[in-house]
Unconditional design. Structure first.
Length: 309
């Protein structure tokens, strides 16, 4: 592949949420600070929303890596579960052994969780449950989260819950049956796309993190085109940038040029096509010829009209 050609140690624009590539954009850093502060203060329920591809999963993993040894984290990456199934998954993450005879009884599963959380609390650890893609959770399962936050010691809640989801999560939380849950969300933050002045820094950051010498692999024209067609959405940036690198490698070019980004956009499903310079020139010539033909034909018609008796 292109790693050796460009002097890279690893792929810089993989869509895998690797925390070593975490970019401290204003939005992502503010979200991380909000999460850390809320967890430190012992708040029970925290919500992070963001459009597809804005980096919610990467933020979630960065949060988990940022928590010290005083925290015990249960990470649920697929919360599309029935209430009992979710409780059992949390048990698994926290090391709770539920007897097979009790696995069909949600009340007993919650009791086993409470005992384990109390043990962790007494040993000086805080329990944090992180749920990714929470917009996929059934309403009844969301209500189960409220039951988990009901578990308390004499001084504090036994579990803090952080949910990450797409904007549809807010619509689901408006359901009347879980209004008590919505009232318990003490901190929420909407993750934005990259700010316009941070786009170039994002590209350079990922190239440097992947081992490039100076992070200057894209020409200015290539960056402008990439910025425009990615809409500054991190996942979309990564997909287009990776394909553009492949195109530049195929052309044996030392840097990514605009035409390589154009090819990447045109090759990506869901992307509005970008006309190359040659196509624009051909279109311009065609329009000019059409206009001339209209003028000529129109002139002939007018001329003949004047000659007619």
């Amino acid at each position: 592949m292109y790693l050796e050609h460009f002097g890279l140690r690893e792929f810089p624009f993989s869509i895998t949420p690797d925390t070593s590539f975490f970019f401290k954009s204003s939005g992502a850093q503010k979200a991380l600070n909000t999460l850390l502060m809320a967890l430190h203060m012992g708040e029970g329920f925290i919500k992070i929303t963001g459009e597809v591809g804005t980096g919610k999963t990467l933020l979630c993993r960065k949060l988990i890596n940022s928590l010290g040894k005083d925290y015990k984290v249960a990470y649920i990456f697929n919360p599309y579960r029935e209430p009992l199934s979710l409780c059992l998954e949390v048990c698994k993450e926290l090391g709770v052994r539920v007897p097979e005879s009790q696995m069909e009884n949600q009340y007993q599963v919650l009791q086993a969780l409470a005992v384990r959380m109390l043990e962790l609390n007494r040993s000086g650890k805080r329990v944090v449950i992180c749920l990714d893609e929470a917009q996929a959770m059934p309403v009844a399962t969301l209500e189960t989260l409220r039951l988990l936050t009901n578990l308390e010691s004499q001084k504090q809640r036994l579990a803090q819950i952080v949910i990450f989801g797409q904007p549809e999560l807010d619509e689901k939380l408006n359901h009347p049956s879980i209004r008590q849950l919505k009232q318990r969300i003490t901190y929420s933050y909407q993750l934005p796309t990259l700010a316009g002045n941070q786009f170039d820094a994002y590209i350079r950051h990922r190239l440097l993190a992947a081992g490039h010498a100076d992070g200057q692999l894209f020409t200015s024209a290539a960056l402008r085109t990439l910025r425009s067609h990615s809409k500054r959405v991190p996942r979309r940036i990564n997909i287009l940038a990776h394909k553009a690198l492949l195109c530049a490698y195929g052309d044996s070019c030392p840097r990514v040029e605009r035409r390589h980004v154009v090819a990447a956009v045109n090759d990506t499903e869901g992307s509005p096509g970008v006309a190359s310079k040659q196509r624009w020139k051909a279109l311009a010539v065609g329009l000019t010829l059409s206009l001339l033909m209209i003028l000529v034909v129109g002139g002939i018609v007018i001329y003949n009209g004047l000659l007619a008796p």
